[in-house]
Design a protein around this ligand. Sequence first.
Ligand code: CTP
Length: 409
Amino acid sequence: MLDKKNILIGVTGGIAAYKVVEVASRLKKSGANVRVMMTLAATEFISPRTFEEITGNAAFVEMFGDAAHFHVAHVALADFADMILIAPATANFLAKAAHGIADDLLTTTILASDKPLLIAPSMNTKMFLNPATQENLKILKSRGVKVLEPASGELACGTVGKGRLPEPAEICAAVEKFFAAGNLSGKKILVTAGGTVEAIDPVRYIGNRSSGRMGYEIAKAAANAGAEVILISGKSELEPPNDLKIFVKVESALEMRAAVLKEFDSVDAVIMSAAVADYRVKNPAAQKIKKSSDTLTLELVKNPDILKELGGLKKNQVLVGFAAETQNVLDYASKKLVEKNLDFIVANDVTAAGAGFGTSTNIASIIRRGGQVENFPKMSKTELAEKIVERVAKLLDADKKFSPANVNQ
Ligand code: CTP
C-alpha cells in the first residue's frame, strides 16, 4: 500500500524519538520512500545518522546547514512529501504549528506545505491536558490535520497517564490508513462551489450568501486524496486550492450548467455544493436601469436544476447534492435526494448557529438512498469536506468491486 509513497517524518525533541527509528524502518520496508527532518532538540535524543542509515536518505536538521544541496530545503522537502508525519510531536511543536511559527527547518517546512499532515503528540500528561495544548490541537484538527491520540501508561517522567507515543506498529497502521482512506488516485471529481450571480442590468445582480468555502474545502480534500479535481465556481472571494486540474469561474446558473455538462461524461463523481439561483431575470437590461419610477418589477424565470439534470443523465457517476434548508431539514433533503437521483445528500439548517453561509464551521447530516442518516456534530468545513470525500471514495471503490468488468479479476 505504501509502495513509492513519499513520506516525510518530522522528529521533534521528545524522549520517544527513539521509537520513531522503528517507524521509519517499517515504513521503508512497506515500500515508502522516507525522508527525515529533525529539530535541534530531537538530536539530543537521537542522532540524524541513525535515520540516515535506516532510510538511506540524508536527514535534515539545520535550515542553512546540511540541507544546502537541496534548493531551498524547506520548499523541496514540502514538495517531496505525499504526506508528513510528525512523531513525536512535542507541546512546543503543536503550539508553533497551530500559530504558524516557523523558526527552524521542521516548522518552516510544515508552513510551506499543503500536504496532509499526521501528528502523533507525546508528552507529560499535564502538558498534554493543559488547555493551551488542547486548544492548539483543536486548531490543528479544525484545519484538517489528523491527530493520533497518545496512549496511556507509564511516562518517561515517572508519572502514569495519557501522553505516551503509540507503538510504532500503530503509527504505521495510521499512516497506511491515511493513504487508504479516501484514496481517489485515478479518479476525476467535479466539484461546484459558490453562488451564481443573475444579472439585472450591467451593474446589478441577484446573488446569495454563499461564500464558496464548503465547496473549496471539498475540492482541496479530493485533491489531497489524489483525485483529479475540476472546480467550477460561482461567486467567491476565495483563492482556488492548489493541485486542481481545471478551475472554471462562472457567473450565472446557465453558465454553470454549460460548464458542468461539458465535463460530466468524463468524471467519476460530482459534488454539487454551489448555491445555484433558482430564478434569473427574464430580460436583463442592456443598459443601467435608471430610478425613474417609484416601484420596479422584475420578471423572473426558473433556472434549470443542474443537479436534477445530472441525475437524469447519470450512468456510473456518484452524485452528491447539498440541501440548504431553514426548516424540516431532513424531510426536504430526503425529497431532493430522491427527486435528483443522488447517492447521498448533505443537509444542513443554514439558520443554526455555527452552520451555513459565511461560517468556517458546519452542522450537517448525510442522508443516503435507503434513508440511512448520519448526523455530524459541529465541525470545521475542512473536516466535513474530508468526511464527504471519504464517503465518495468508498462508493467509488464499491462500484469498482462490483462492476461487471471486474468479476473475473
Ligand atoms: N441545484 C442545482 N441547480 C439548481 C438549484 C439547485 O444544481 N437550479 C443543486 C444545488 O447545488 C444543491 C441541490 O441542488 O446541491 C439542492 O439545492 P437547494 O437550493 O437546497 O434546493 P432546490 O432544489 O433549489 O430547492 P428549494 O430551493 O426549493 O429548496
